[in-house]
Ligand binder design. Structure first.
Ligand code: HPA
Ligand code: ZN
Length: 324
């Protein structure tokens, strides 16, 4: 099964590029950029990755990305991830990045965007990977700031495949970002949003109705709302679920508690993704393998999940036809 799942052409639709920062690279960049880290060594970093919930992870995630200072750092971060993903049979990646987190540290928007964009083109050329770029807004910051970032990104609108919504979910419903997402729609940008990770099913409904998203990131709490499940299935809205993330952020106590088999039976379009692989102990393949262990799914089920991801990915149609 491991061989089958490795060879299976997989698309990763839910990945935060800043969450691919492995402790080894964090230390290298800290030294190079003279950033002080509150850890003695790589082992101490790994020991600190014991999270109680989403917020306790986000605190370390925002701190860790402080070592990213120059275009070259973002390029190196993304290339290291693309190489690992390619080695585990990933053929396409839609990557989120968090511009506000970098602007708040005094970096110009050009630094992350241009560093990442060059890595995306290099990965296409060197590894044959296709990639999509998702500019994510931090929902725990003011909506006006998100709007300013969207406008400031005008030189890059052409390079962006979608906008997204991430960070601390509770108390920050999608409705807060209705105007920002309306503007993104006017610009012709597709929209995705995290919803129903820690937040209630009502946040998933808001993301659909008010933000007009084409995919829901996470969405596992849809299981609490049968009517919403019927709608997600009927409209074929993909959920980008991240099992190891849910485990490490204690959305569930064990993987077997995740409602994925019931969501599949109800006809929902699920995809398997890694979210923040450096923090949650595994990439896409590890997430597939963990589901095999927890749910005993057969090859046909995994083929279907991988196909869902290829169908829902931000990629040019000729590329999709080549992969499907
Ligand atoms: N949830 C919300 N925001 C995030 C995550 C996540 O899992 N990872 C990075 N930002
Ligand atoms: Zn996420």
């Amino acid at each position: 099964m491991r061989d089958f799942l490795t060879r299976l052409p997989k698309a990763e639709l839910h990945l935060h590029i800043e969450g691919t920062l492995e402790p080894e690279l964090m230390f290298e960049l800290a030294e190079r950029n003279r950033v002080r880290l509150p850890y003695a060594d790589v082992e101490a970093v790994r020991r600190a990755y014991d999270f109680d919930d989403l917020q306790s992870f986000l605190d370390l995630y925002y701190q860790g990305m402080g070592v990213l200072q120059r275009r070259e750092d973002f390029h190196e971060l993304a290339m290291a991830y693309f190489r690992r993903a390619h080695a585990e049979g990933v053929v396409h990646v839609d990557l989120h990045f968090d511009p506000q987190a970098h602007l708040a540290r005094g970096l110009p928007l050009a630094v992350p965007v241009e560093g990442l964009y060059r890595a995306m083109r290099d990965a296409e050329r060197e590894l044959g990977l296709s990639t999509g770029l998702i500019l994510a807004f931090l929902r725990d910051r003011p909506a006006e700031e998100a709007m300013d970032v969207l406008e400031a990104a005008s030189p890059y609108w052409e390079l962006i495949d979608a906008v997204g919504l991430d960070s601390a979910e509770m108390g920050h419903p999608p409705s807060k970002f209705e105007a920002v997402f309306r503007r993104a729609k006017e610009l012709g940008l597709p929209r995705v949003a995290h919803a129903g990770e820690e937040g209630p099913p009502a946040y998933i409904r808001e993301a659909l109705d008010l933000l007009e998203v084409c995919r829901i990131d996470h969405g596992v709490r849809a299981i609490e709302d049968p009517e919403l499940m019927r709608r997600l299935a009927a409209e074929r809205i993909p959920l980008t679920v991240c099992p190891l993330s849910n485990l490490r952020l204690r959305v569930v106590r064990e993987l077997g508690e995740l409602p994925l088999p019931r969501l599949l039976e109800a006809g929902l379009v699920l995809t398997l993704n890694s979210d923040d692989p450096a923090y949650f102990g595994g990439g896409v393949l590890d997430n597939y393998l963990a589901c095999q262990q927890a749910f005993g799914w057969d090859e046909a089920t995994f083929l279907g999940l991988a196909r869902n991801a290829l169908e829902a990915a931000f990629m040019p149609e000729p590329r999709r036809r080549e992969l499907l």
